[in-house]
Design a protein around this ligand. Structure first.
Ligand code: PMP
Length: 409
C-alpha cells in the first residue's frame, strides 16, 4: 500500500516577541520545588504567615452573605461593594475624594500592567520607565514592542518635559522599588508630577510595597500629591495608580486595583473584557470580608516584624561574607536588597549560573533592563526565608562569587 509520506511535523512559528523574552519566572518556580535549594529570587511573601484561617472564615462568610451572587460572572469593573470599599480607602489615604468610577478591580496589579499595555502602547511608542525596571512590567509590554527611555528622578538634572511629552506614559515604583528597594524622596516625586502635568502624559504609579514600611513612613503617593493640587471635583488627573493585596494579605487571592481618571478606567475595562471576561467575584467578596473585618490592618504589623528581622539578618550576613565584592543600601521597606558589584570582573549573569550550581538563586540585573545589558547587579529577596536559611544562602552566594573570580583568573 502506498504511503502518504511522513506526517508533517513543521508548524507555524511562534510570535516574534517571544524570541526577546526570558523564562526566568518559570525557572524560579521550578527551583522552588527542590527542598535543598535556597531561592532568594522571587518577590514572595513568607508563606508560613499567610492568614489561612481568616481566609477560610472570610470565604464562608462571603458565600453566606452573597450566595450565588458571588459565583456569577461579575461586572467587568469588579464586584461593586469591593470597588466602593477601595474608593473609600484610597480617599482616606490621599485625603481626596475618589469615586467608584475611578476604580477598576484587576487580577493582581499585574493585570493592571497588562491592560495598560493594551490600551496605551502601539509598536515603537515610547515609555519613560524607572530604571532598573520591574521585570513583570517589561514582560507585560514586550509583545507591544515599545521603546524605553530610563527615568531620571533628580529634580534639577532629571528627565525633561520634552522627553516626557514624547512618551505615552511614565512608569514608576516610588515606594521600595522592585528591584532596588529604593524609596523616592517626596521632592523628587513632586518635581516629576509637575513635569508630567506640563508634558501632558500619563503617569503610572505601581505601589505593591506600600504596606511593607520598615524605617518610617513611605512618602505621599503621586496620586495624593496630584489630588492635593486639584482637590475639588471628580478625579481626572494623569496618575494611574496600581494597588494590590498580594503583599499585605496573600498573592493567591489575586486581588488588585487601578485608580485613574474615569475615561482611563473605561478603556481598561474594555481591554479587560477580552482578557478575562470578568475576574473572580468570589475572591472579591472574600477580600471584602477580610478588609471589613480589619484583617489586613492586623496582619501587616505582624509580618513587618518578621521582615525587618529577615532584612537585617540578610544584610548582616552579607556584611560578613559579601562586602568585599558588593555594595548595597539597607532598604527602608519592600522585599529586596539590590547588590551592586565592586569588582568589574563580576558579571551577574555568569554568577547566576554558578549560584545555581551551589543551589542558591537570586535575580540577575539583566532581566530588569529592557536591553538586557545590566550585568553589574543582582536582586536578593529577604522576605521568603527565615534568618538561618538566609545566612546559608549568603554563604553559598559567597562560594559562587569565589568560583566566578577563580574562573576569571
Ligand atoms: N508591580 C511590582 C513592582 C511588583 O513587584 C509586583 C509583584 N512582584 C507586581 C506589580 C504584581 O503584583 P500582583 O501580585 O498584585 O499581581
Amino acid at each position: 500500500m502506498a504511503s502518504d509520506g511522513p506526517i508533517r511535523t513543521r508548524r507555524p512559528a511562534f510570535s516574534r516577541w517571544l524570541a526577546a523574552s526570558n523564562n526566568i519566572t518559570q525557572q524560579f518556580l521550578a527551583i522552588g520545588v527542590d527542598p535543598d535549594f535556597i531561592s532568594m529570587a522571587g518577590g514572595l511573601p513568607a508563606a508560613e504567615f499567610y492568614p489561612t484561617e481568616a481566609i477560610a472564615e472570610a470565604t464562608q462568610l462571603a458565600l453566606a452573605r452573597w450566595g450565588a451572587g458571588a459565583l456569577e460572572y461579575g461586572p467587568i469593573e469588579g464586584f461593586a461593594p469591593l470597588r466602593q470599599m477601595i474608593a473609600a480607602r484610597i480617599s482616606r489615604e490621599t485625603g481626596r475624594r475618589f469615586a467608584v468610577d475611578n476604580v477598576l478591580l484587576t487580577v493582581g496589579a499585574m493585570q493592571g500592567l497588562d491592560l495598560l499595555g493594551k490600551v496605551l502602547i502601539d509598536p515603537g511608542e515610547r515609555i519613560v520607565a524607572q530604571f532598573p525596571t520591574y521585570v513583570g512590567a517589561l514582560d507585560a509590554w514586550r509583545p507591544r514592542l515599545p521603546v524605553y527611555e530610563p527615568l531620571d528622578w533628580s529634580p534639577d538634572t532629571g528627565t525633561g518635559v520634552a522627553a516626557l511629552a514624547a512618551a505615552k506614559f511614565v512608569y514608576t515604583v516610588p515606594n521600595y522599588s522592585n528591584p532596588t528597594g529604593a524609596l523616592v524622596p517626596t521632592a523628587a516625586r513632586l518635581t516629576l508630577l509637575e513635569k508630567v502635568l506640563e508634558a501632558g502624559t500619563w503617569l503610572v504609579e505601581d505601589d505593591p510595597y506600600l504596606p511593607l514600611q520598615y524605617d518610617g513612613p513611605a512618602g505621599p503617593s503621586l496620586l495624593a500629591l496630584n489630588g492635593a493640587l486639584e482637590p475639588a471635583g471628580p478625579y481626572r488627573g494623569p496618575v494611574i495608580y496600581l494597588g494590590t493585596l498580594s503583599k499585605s494579605i496573600v498573592p493567591g487571592l489575586r486581588v488588585g486595583w487601578v485608580i485613574a481618571a474615569p475615561e482611563m478606567i473605561q478603556m481598561l475595562a474594555l481591554a479587560k473584557q477580552s482578557s478575562d471576561l470578568a475576574s473572580s467575584m468570589l475572591t472579591h467578596a472574600v477580600a471584602l470580608e477580610l478588609l471589613e473585618a480589619g484583617r489586613e490592618t492586623a496582619h501587616v504589623p505582624a509580618i513587618v516584624r518578621h521582615y525587618v528581622e529577615r532584612r537585617d539578618a540578610l544584610c548582616a550576613a552579607a556584611d560578613a561574607e559579601l562586602a568585599e565584592w558588593f555594595d548595597w543600601e539597607i532598604p527602608p521597606g519592600g522585599m529586596f536588597v539590590w547588590m551592586r558589584r565592586r569588582h568589574p570582573s563580576i558579571d551577574t549573569d555568569q554568577l547566576y549560573g554558578l549560584a545555581l550550581e551551589q543551589k542558591v538563586a537570586f535575580v540577575p540585573g539583566s532581566v530588569f533592563d529592557p536591553q538586557g545589558r545590566l550585568r553589574s547587579a543582582m536582586r536578593v529577596n529577604f522576605t521568603r526565608n527565615p534568618p538561618s536559611v538566609l545566612r546559608e544562602g549568603v554563604s553559598r552566594l559567597a562560594e559562587a562569587t569565589k568560583n566566578l573570580l577563580a574562573s576569571n583568573d
